[in-house]
Structure formats: C-alpha cells, structure tokens
Design a protein around this ligand. Sequence first.
Ligand SMILES: *Cc1c(COP(=O)(O)O)cnc(C)c1O
Length: 334
Amino acid sequence: MHSLLDQHPRASLGFFPTPLMNLQRLSQHLGGPRILMKRDDQSGLALGGNKTRKLEYLVGAAIAAGCDTLITGGATQSNHCRQTAAAAAASGLECHLVLGGEAPPTAQGNLLLDQLLGAHIHWSGEWRKGEQMPQIADRLRAKGRNPYFIPYGGSSATGALGYVHAAAELKTQLDNLDQRISHMLFASSSGGTQAGLIVGAHQAGLNCQVIGIRIDKEEDADTPYAERLRTLTNETAALFGIDQRFDADAITLQERFTGQGYGVVGDTERNAIGLLARTEGILLDPVYTGRAMGGLLRLIDEGVFGPDDTLLFWHTGGAPTLFPYADALLDKPH
Ligand SMILES: *Cc1c(COP(=O)(O)O)cnc(C)c1O
C-alpha cells in the first residue's frame, strides 16, 4: 500500500505515528465497550490536529508544482487555517488566510496563533468557507506570486490521501498489539478525513465500520453532504490509484448531533468535554471532537454497540479553541 502512496509528493510536517491509547477509565465508567483513541491531536505541528496529515500531501503538491504561496480559508477559529499557517512557515512558503467574520478587538485561540505564525489575514464577513479565495489568488498572481489553492478544510482528494496513510498507520499499530476494532468514529465536516479513512480502511483491510459524526447542520450546497462525501471518496480512490469505487452504502454518517449548528456549544459538547477531561485527563474541543464524542456517548447509551465491540475514536484536535469558548464551556458563570 505504501508503494501507491509513495507516488505522491509528501512534505514531512508532523510526528507520526500518533499515539494509540486505550481509554480504560472511560470504558469502566460507562460499563463498556472497549474504547481506543487515536491521538491525531498530537500530530506535532503547532498544537496539532487532523489537518497536519492532509497538509503533508497538499504542501507536497504545492512544492512539486513550483508554488511559493498557500491560500486557504475558514472560520475565525479554524484549526485548518492555523495548521496551514504553520505548514507554510515550516516549508518557507507565504500563507494567506481568508477568514469569516470581522477582525475581533483581541486575537485569541487559533487567530492568535495564525498571526504568530506569520499568516496574512483577509477578513471576508459573512463568508465562512473561503468563498473569496479565487479573487485573492488573482490579486496575488498580479503581484507575481504563484499561489497554491487549498480548499476549505484541506478536503481535496490530495488532502484526503493523508487519511489513507493514517488508516495504514493505524492497521500497523493494531497488528502490533494483536488488536481488532469493530467501529471507528470521528468528527466529519469538510469530508477529507472520512473520504481518506473509507479508502484507507478498505485498502488496509481494517474490516470495521467507518462512522462519521456530522458537525455542520446547514446544507450549503444543492447536493447533500453524504453525496459530496461519496464523490470525494471516489476521487480519493482514483488519485490513490485503486480501481475500487464506493457506493452510497459505504458512506455511514450520524447526522443527529448537529445541535444548534456549527460552532454552537450545547449540553452534548459540554458534557462530553467534561467527562473526558475528568475521567482521562484528555482535552477535547468545543466545535468538533466534543460534539463527535457526545454522539459516540449517546450511541453507547442507546445500546448500538455490543459488549465485544471495540471502538476507535479519532481525536482530530482543536484544543486551541477551548480558550475563546471559555464562557460557553462552563455551565456556571465565574
Ligand atoms: C477540520 C476538523 C475536523 C473535521 O475534519 P474534516 O476532514 O473536515 O471532515 C474534525 N476535528 C477537528 C478538530 C478539525 O479541525
């Protein structure tokens, strides 16, 4: 499998493999099942997260194409934008970020880090998903730069190769422990993580259910998320270089946990973040992993999994946003 991935240029940006741990205290607290956690929050690039794996292939492609500038976009507190800023700095590239909203009076969390990492920030008001990137790319080209365009969340087929690689990495770790998993679960938003894991789990023979817990409530396109995800999955399979194509049955999504919408913290997130912090000393994040773990806890509660199942949760990062969300995270005012 690695020989297929080796055909794609890859920049070395993180520390891999990321740790695989057994959440024994959490399982005990819940009365089962067994829960493993893959610590992609510890990927090592400027506070880590799942975008590091995608950026290894995206920056590899940018450098191979002779580009000197990365451009991407997202929300004010985007983990993807912060990791892109760090990837650019580590690779000697210029970085332009198109962020939704207006410049706040003080920069906190990821926005603070974007600035420390030397990114150029363009505020785009109500556009939260980098819709204005093409115009900014045109302006950069007029100034003689050669920008590489990274889509929202780094979720192109090139970026998703990072999670094809991650699935192979996980398979090796599980084999070394003589361990099998029945289900893997993770936050799913722009889709690159899920697309890569579907292709990678198939290729590595992980033989488990791949379940994305959807984060975004709103449909922002004419095409439903599951359908866009299937397209991205098949583009990823084609780019990776296998003949296998995936039909709608291969896309498993839990879309019931989107609460009040993207980035709005409710009881689901607050409770999951508190429980993991107190039982395991692990910090989840308010936007993605808090919601995904909240969904996982609910599924356990509903009896979806059997006592012999082993679940694997991908911790995809995001802890820098705990600070800007401080008020929403504590149920009592301080
Ligand atoms: C971006 C992100 C996700 C979602 O990954 P996608 O590939 O966009 O679906 C999950 N968790 C965190 C912390 C993220 O920053």
